[in-house]
Design a binder for this molecule. Structure first.
Ligand code: PMP
Ligand code: GLU
Length: 397
């Protein structure tokens, strides 16, 4: 232990991963846990993507790919950005990595120096603040409000900017709140940023396709922002390929080159086989994602209806991703006669123990009044989970 670097010793474990593992361990002991902790689509990868992966094995894609990813895949990603987002990138501006998480790590390590401030609106996805810490940066967390659907306002952004601000992390649709920024909201944030030329934006758009407002907007679209934004995306969520580990970034050439260099020293290119499978999904039609979207929207409604029947709990209605992030703070200090729940972690553990439903405490997302539930599971399990949650919450007095 005394040999551990300070850099790693100071890193927190991913709470989403930890709660998922806890649920799996309990399931392995024969306990029927409904796992609403980790966020990953419960769908299987579409057949023709699987076929592309199998074919890659047969076609001997067993050698190193370029560190930046295969050129035809980078071309397909550049085309996706042009067609779907109206963003113009050359393939050289695209770097394919081992999941969007890795793309984020590359971008943050390439941008952030010791002492640089990074503005992170909370609730945030657990990994952002840890990656900023790893890079030696300072997280400037802004606690956004439920009355603004947990979206950062231009005034909040302006107030957080200092001469040391290097970057802003923005996630839309958001994990954990499911909030989706409109074009006007992004434009208002861009207007603030355009007055501060030293700030770069890291835009995490991994949930682009899981969106119930009819369309996705990127902050990179506004004049002057493309040069100052790195867009992070990938195939994990849109194509139900979380285990394949393929994500990508698009940004200015200098940043893409830096991320390529980092990747060349750190991981080399991502799995050749997974890249061939990803190529197949980027060149297929959108019917699979559309169907998945329909299912997620139905489940969102089902879960929101279930939560609305639990007295004392409030929840902002999500417009995208597959999470709900209810405020459970009115239960703090209450007891079922045996267990008193004092905070979000206690609530999460109480629900795991008493309702056999696993959730993630909000603390790891920078909002300790809430807990996160992922509704990327079957309708049947969600119905059971909502009943069990109601029974468990109703017992707290
Ligand atoms: N960003 C957000 C907001 C996420 O929820 C996830 C899912 N873990 C990721 C990035 C990383 O995705 P990937 O599985 O492609 O690494
Ligand atoms: N996006 C998922 C989540 O937030 C995956 C877990 C992770 O990568 O941390 O639950």
């Amino acid at each position: 232990m005394e040999f551990l670097s300070k850099r790693i010793a100071g890193l927190s474990e991913s709470q989403t991963m930890a709660m998922n593992q806890k649920s799996k361990d309990l399931q392995a002991q024969g306990i029927d846990i409904i796992n609403l902790s980790v966020g990953e689509p419960d769908f299987f990868t579409p057949d023709h993507i699987k076929e592309a992966g199998k074919k890659a094995i047969d076609d001997n894609f067993s050698f190193y790919s370029p560190a930046e990813g295969y050129m035809d895949l980078r071309q397909a990603v550049a085309k996706k950005f042009k067609v779907e987002n109206g963003l113009e990138y050359t393939p050289q501006q695209i770097i394919v990595s081992n999941g969007a998480k890795h793309s984020l790590a590359n971008a943050i390590l390439s941008l952030v120096d010791d002492g640089d401030e990074v503005i992170v609106p909370a609730p945030y996805w657990v990994t952002y603040v840890e990656l900023v810490k790893l890079a030696g940066g300072v997280n400037v967390v802004i606690r956004t409000l439920p009355e603004h659907s947990y979206k950062l306002t231009p005034a909040e952004l302006e107030q957080a900017i200092t001469p040391k601000t290097k970057a802003l992390l923005l996630c839309s649709p958001s994990n954990p709140t499911g909030s989706v920024y409109s074009k006007a909201e992004l434009k208002a944030l861009a207007d603030v940023l355009l007055r501060h030329p030293g700030i770069f934006v890291i835009a995490d758009e991994i949930y682009e396709h899981i969106n119930f407002v009819g369309g996705h907007e990127s902050i990179a679209q506004f004049e002057g922002m493309l040069e100052r934004t790195v867009v992070i995306n990938g195939v994990s969520k849109a194509y139900a390929m979380t285990g394949y580990r393929i994500g990508y970034m698009a940004g200015p050439l200098w940043l893409a080159k830096a991320c390529g260099k980092l990747q060349g020293q750190f991981t080399s290119g991502p799995s050749s086989i997974a890249q061939r499978a990803a190529y197949a999904c980027l060149t297929m039609d959108a019917s699979f994602t559309r169907e998945m979207n329909v299912a997620f929207r139905r489940r969102r409604d089902l879960v929101m209806e279930g939560l609305s029947r639990i007295q004392g709990l409030t929840c902002v209605r999500p417009d995208g991703a597959f999470y709900v992030f209810p405020d459970v703070s009115s239960f703090f200090g209450k007891s079922d006669g045996k267990i008193t729940v004092k905070n979000d972690t206690d609530v999460s553990l109480y629900l795991l123990d008493q309702a056999h439903v696993s959730t993630v405490p909000g603390d790891g997302f920078g909002e300790p009044n809430c807990i996160r539930l992922s509704y990327a599971t079957s309708d049947e399990k969600l119905v059971r989970a909502m009943e069990a949650l109601k029974t468990a919450f109703d017992r707290l007095r």
